[in-house]
Write a protein that binds this ligand. Sequence first.
Ligand code: HEM
Length: 412
Amino acid sequence: MSTTAELDPSLHDLLSDEAVNHPERFYARLRGISPVLWNPRWKGWIVTSHDAVMGGFRDFERLSSDRFSGPFGAELRSAETSSQQLLGFLSKFFVWKDPPYHTRARALVNRAFVPKSVESMRPRIQSLVRELAAPLRDGQTVDFFSQFAFTLPMVVIAEFLGVDAEAREDVRAWSEDLGAVIFVRGHTDEKLRRGEAAMQNLANLLRPIVQDRIRSPRDDVLSALANPDDSGERLSEDEVIANAALMVFAGHETTMNLLANGIVAFNHFPDQWDLLAQQPDLLRNTVEEMLRFDGPVRGLGRWARESFDFFGHPIAEGDRVFLVQHAANRDPSAFSDPDRFDITRWPNRHTGFGQGIHTCLGAPLARLEVSEALAYLVPALRQIEVVTPKLDYIPTMVSRSLQTLQVRFHPR
Ligand code: HEM
């Protein structure tokens, strides 16, 4: 523990204006004191160097993802709530599980993410991008989220799962209510009640589709989720529904924020937009640099199953650990000139999709969506100008999400 941190209380507040709106500055200050630093207010360790964040993600045996035991479980249970049903569903999210449950569920879900099924979405994504971008080319100011960044991933994930895209506004609202439970610390009864209603609504939407795929499997993602594998292993109906809901949530919120944060990055570094227009072969690098520079996930929590030495720091059994991906991605010992958005950067060992056994399953789909969006927008537009006067981010520790983003499109 550091005396400096004890002297400067502003460093303890992980939801301060600086932490929320300027995480690169805030976490650089923490890293400067110690890359693994005890935070008395959050009552856990804040990890900010690239090697320690990567190491933390890989150390699944000692650093647990289980949200239903340890300190996170205690917090969930402490809320006075009738939300047993919600907790029942959330407890089936395999992202919040350790092996062996996680291994089994991930293997079953993974069958749905074969390159063929993801690649089969490409023509649909291309036509959606064209459809959404067409009204954006008239030089008017628009809300980038509602016009583009929300709709693209929501329709894609809905169709990927076989959910009627007409339900997308409802699904968005439910997904936001669920997000309030998933992303924000401090579970009030009201928040849990809304989360419960949202999960119930999502389950009602998904259940008949899942039952249909069990009766008559097709060559699609929900059929892969709902039916047994070669060894006869299968997920229960509720597990299928819970993990399909997880994908709705994980698949749209993150990709939406990656698109929006990327537009802000290009706005600060317009030379990079021009460079991509001149060299479209930099598209792949660009998506990775967007994930590094300002990815949609700020950081993720774990807790220690045992006491151990973590990069020279004495972590005790039951301690919480926050692996700050944003900080790792701006660590000067891992990236040269880390605060520069540089689409030629390669290799790019960013932590945006996590690392280890929980590495993002949807990464190929997210990469496909964002690269198809840029492949269309960059040649069509000279600039996407951010007109929101002051960028404000939603105050959560996990999600890097703008409150609003007004932009003006300038055609070439
Ligand atoms: C830019 C977009 C995305 C980002 C930055 C992102 C980020 C992440 C990260 C950091 C994790 C690791 C969680 C952990 O270690 O606790 C993760 C896991 C996961 N993501 Fe994504 N994600 C994105 C898009 C998607 C999409 C499009 C889908 C689904 C279609 C998806 C589905 C999942 C699932 C199912 C997991 C759990 C994997 C496991 O626990 O084994 N993600 N994601």
